[in-house]
Design a binder for this molecule. Sequence first.
Ligand SMILES: O=C(O)/C=C/C(=O)CC(=O)CC(=O)O
Ligand SMILES: [Ca+2]
Ligand SMILES: [Mg+2]
Length: 397
Amino acid sequence: MTNSWVPGADASGFGADNLPYGVFSRAGAPPRVGVRIGDYVLDLAGALGDSEFFAASLNPFMARGSTVWLATRAKVAGMLTAEQGRAVAEPNLVPLGETVLRPPFEVADYVDFYCSLEHASNVGAIFRPGDEPLKPNWRHLPVAYHGRSGTVVASGTDIVRPSGQRLPPGAKEPVFGPSTRLDIEAELGFVVGTRTALGRSVSVSDFAEHVFGVVLVNDWSARDIQAWEYAPLGPFLGKSFATSVSQWVVPLDALGAARCAGREQDPAPLPHLRRLADWGLDITMEVRLNGQVVSRPPFGAMYWTADQMLAHLTSNGAALRTGDLYASGTVSGPRKDQRGSLLELTWGGSEPITLGDGSTRTFLEDGDTVTVTARAAGMAGATISLGEVTGTVRAAL
Ligand SMILES: O=C(O)/C=C/C(=O)CC(=O)CC(=O)O
Ligand SMILES: [Ca+2]
Ligand SMILES: [Mg+2]
């Protein structure tokens, strides 16, 4: 672990080995880019002075590319660990409590993958009983759909219960109204920094050149709307009403110690999707419902890794833009208490879970708060916190 002179930082999960980026503002001042250290934000506009930090999003900084990302990270780490850097950094440290956090980046395109073998198998069994849970393509490519970037919201934003069409159990005709099966999906999101030209593909080996960092994602899902609408084109309004992301983007470089071999793949993917480096990530997530832990999904168990997702996403020549967000899909592990959605935890609503106050849930009720957190191992015993993504359900309008 690299020690920081900032009080409390080393043990906070936001020590000098983490240094995630976000956007903050102070009372009456325009937003700026900052780095979190302990319970403080280092104002990068003040500490480094570069124009891309006087900005309301990380996009201008992310667009500069991986050489600048690494150089900036090294400078910031130096300031927050060495006594010589302290003179510059200290006047630019803002207590977290004096800041308002803003959405960290402007989302360009948003894609959601489906990369957990257990999640895909569980959902297949619940939605399509009697069929093979996995379609024949599943082990050959990371399945995904395009989501709605305009409804990606920052952690803390209230989620209004969506209305839509659904087919009530046993009914022959659909009805329209508030969803009765509102769910969560705990996911990891990858934020693209460096764009590409139309027609170009990104190979698995160029992953770290394009992906700036990771966020936690909750892909809120209305299971009744989804189940009725999805055939044959996939999820649409059942997921497009809101997707929440955490407020600190953890740089890929902070996850070096969390890298692990991806899960074994059988059959071997086609050459353009074959892994060339270890981009599995050993990250443990925690899902809390009204404060109670209901699941601990293990990201290291994902079948497809993020380098493969990016290679697939661009394999047809689709261009990348700064701010593109692609999420892993729901993270579910082999154990029951590792499932990343209520759909799976309650097996389609047939096995309610009991909360600490004695109440039970199948799906979310108005007033429920869901919080997803995650931690990864850092260098030499450090812990890297990925912060949290939280949201409270409000009654349908
Ligand atoms: O299998 C289906 O029909 C639908 C699956 C999902 O809801 C999954 C989705 O949003 C992708 C994911 O989070 O894994
Ligand atoms: Ca999802
Ligand atoms: Mg969504």
